[in-house]
Design a protein around this ligand. Structure first.
Ligand code: AMP
Length: 544
């Protein structure tokens, strides 16, 4: 017998309509690519989203067509997402930090029919345009006065594009499983692969993100997502904030410590989210200037492991709670968030920190298990490392155009490519990317554990650990360190700092000090580049 409840399709434009009805006056603030800080609200954003939908419809954009966006976090970008999706087309975010050839490859693979871009990227777009085979017109997310002079065909300013369009244009009708967003993975191995979100998955994901033990986002919050809309769906925040009527502050192109801290104070931001590298520079800025975070309550850190020392700095020095999280583009992207259980509340601070440094517990809607090389499930004992697999309503079931089918198994589990431990309470700890795991004498060494400890040294700005070939042990860990400006320490100081905190056989065989560690387009340490650079390194004590 079926239940007798209504079918109410989960469509993302219902989120912006809801916000327009109930939080119309709630502010959305943008540091615009043109320079000034601009103020609008959900009411105006909804009207302009309807205009975008009307303008695209007029140009013949249809259900399922892809529209590329090469843009920062701005109100125009948010409007575009809702407008594109509201006619059943698909917003396709492009990461400007990729090489131009990669961007062109992705646009052509996705067959984008139009490209919306920020004026910051005008030169890049002019360079790309001759190679973009399917793009029919270009919309610069600006007004006529700022329209770039670059040589871009069929170019129109966004404000002209939507100017005469009806602000009450009717959304198209379609099923909740209809595609609405497309985001390609960073493609560190092989070609990038497209993750195609549906209206249903994005809506459910936004509800998951808002829930209490997730971000606990509410209408009283002011949220500043540093994480770009072109990185993994901006962690769902562009849907979650209007869903609950949180004030939204969008940092545009300026993501340096000074610019962010100016917005944190000026707009009284209570919550924010970014990858650890952004927080490294923001914390450095706070330390140097003696500034504080007077309004901030919670900071979400994810996308790469959050070192324990970063949690200590936020909580100890600035009184800001850190929520460590883990996810993937393929998971819309949130998988786990780290909050304490009731039974942990009376633990001593150090023990609480042990938990907070973990990647966290799965949100409702994320199933998780670890398996061995034969796909047998491994124990949830907090010690055994295994390949992490996930499934759920906001997890990809295949990639766009059927690429990368090997990542999905017959039971519907997606292989994350991460290696992790799970404990009986559900806390998950990432020990490595499977391809970065260091295999020493048949056992695995977690590079992330050593990196997190290394950055706990007061002189260390950043650290990376990679496996280097060893004649006897197969691989041994090499610790690569970037020191804070003006600091000097020796290899012995570094190793002394680690001693007693990790098993002796995990101790790095060598420590090298470098000026900088390379990062990928999504802020992750580029271990492939480091492995190439140190491939010939001769480890002390290694014969041959
Ligand atoms: P992306 O799809 O670009 O967000 O990358 C997802 C990958 O980033 C995951 O599979 C992990 O390898 C890594 N990642 C994300 N969050 C964390 C975290 N908190 N700790 C360690 N690795 C993370």
């Amino acid at each position: 017998m079926l239940g007798l409840m209504q079918d109410w399709p989960l469509l993302i434009h219902k989120i912006i309509d809801h916000a327009a009805l109930y939080y119309s006056e709630r502010e959305v603030v943008t540091r615009s690519p043109e320079g000034p800080i601009e103020h609008t609200n959900y009411g105006e954003i909804a009207v302009r989203a309807h205009k975008v939908a009307a303008a695209l419809d007029k140009r013949g954009i249809k259900l399922g067509d892809r529209i590329g966006t090469l843009a920062w976090n701005t109100s125009r970008h948010v409007e575009s997402w809702y407008g594109i999706a509201g006619i059943g087309a698909v917003y396709h975010t492009l990461n400007p930090r990729l090489f131009p050839e990669q961007i062109a490859w992705i646009v052509n693979h996705a067959e984008d029919r139009a490209l919306f871009f920020d004026i910051t990227f005008a030169e890049l777009v002019a360079k790309l345009a001759p190679h973009l085979k399917t793009v029919e017109f270009y919309v610069a997310l600006t007004d006529r006065a700022h329209l770039p002079k670059a040589d871009i065909p069929n170019l129109i300013a966004y404000e002209d594009f939507i100017a005469d369009m009806p602000g009450d244009f009717a959304w198209k009708e379609f099923d909740e499983h209809t595609a609405c967003g497309l985001c390609y993975t960073s493609g560190t191995t092989g070609d990038p692969k497209g993750v195609l979100y549906s209206h249903r998955s994005n809506t459910l994901h936004a509800m998951m993100v808002c829930s209490g033990d997730a971000l606990g986002l509410s209408g009283r919050d002011t949220m500043l997502p540093v994480v770009p809309m072109f990185h993994a769906n901006s962690w769902g925040i562009a849907f979650a904030a209007p869903m609950v009527g949180a004030k939204l502050v969008l940092p545009g192109p300026r993501l340096d410590g000074a610019s962010l801290c100016e917005l944190f104070s000026g707009e009284q931001v209570t919550m924010t989210a970014a990858v650890p590298t952004v927080w490294l520079s923001a914390l450095h800025y706070l330390e140097e200037t003696g500034k504080t975070l007077p309004y901030m309550k919670r900071v979400m850190v994810g996308g790469a492991a959050c070192p324990r020392s970063m949690i200590e700095a936020f909580e100890g020095k600035y009184g800001v709670e850190v929520i460590h999280g883990w996810g993937m583009t393929e998971m819309s992207p949130m998988g786990t968030l780290c909050t304490l259980k009731a039974k942990h509340l009376d633990l001593p601070p150090e023990k609480k920190l042990d938990y907070k440094a973990k990647q966290g517990r799965p949100l409702f809607g994320v199933e998780m298990k670890i398996v061995d090389a034969e796909n047998r499930e491994l124990p949830r004992d907090g010690r055994t490392m295994g390949k992490l697999k996930v499934r759920g309503p906001a997890v990809a079931k295949s990639y766009f155009k059927g690429d990368g089918a090997g990542a999905f198994d017959a039971e519907g589990w997606f292989d994350t490519g991460d290696v992790a431990t799970l404990d009986a309470d559900g806390y998950m700890t990432i020990t490595d990317r499977a391809k970065d795991v260091i295999k020493s004498g048949g056992e695995w060494i977690s590079s992330i554990d050593i990196e997190n400890l290394a950055v706990g040294h007061p002189a260390v700005a950043e650290a990376a650990v990679i496996g280097v070939r060893h004649p006897k042990w197969d691989e041994r860990p090499l610790l690569i360190v970037v020191l804070k400006p003006g600091q000097t320490i020796s290899k012995k100081d570094m190793l002394d700092h680690l001693a007693g905190k990790i098993a002796t056989w995990w101790m790095p065989d060598e420590v090298v000090f470098v000026d900088a560690i390379p990062h990928s387009a999504t802020g992750k340490i580029q271990k492939t580049a480091l492995r190439e650079r140190f491939a010939e390194l001769h480890l002390p004590g290694a014969a041959g």
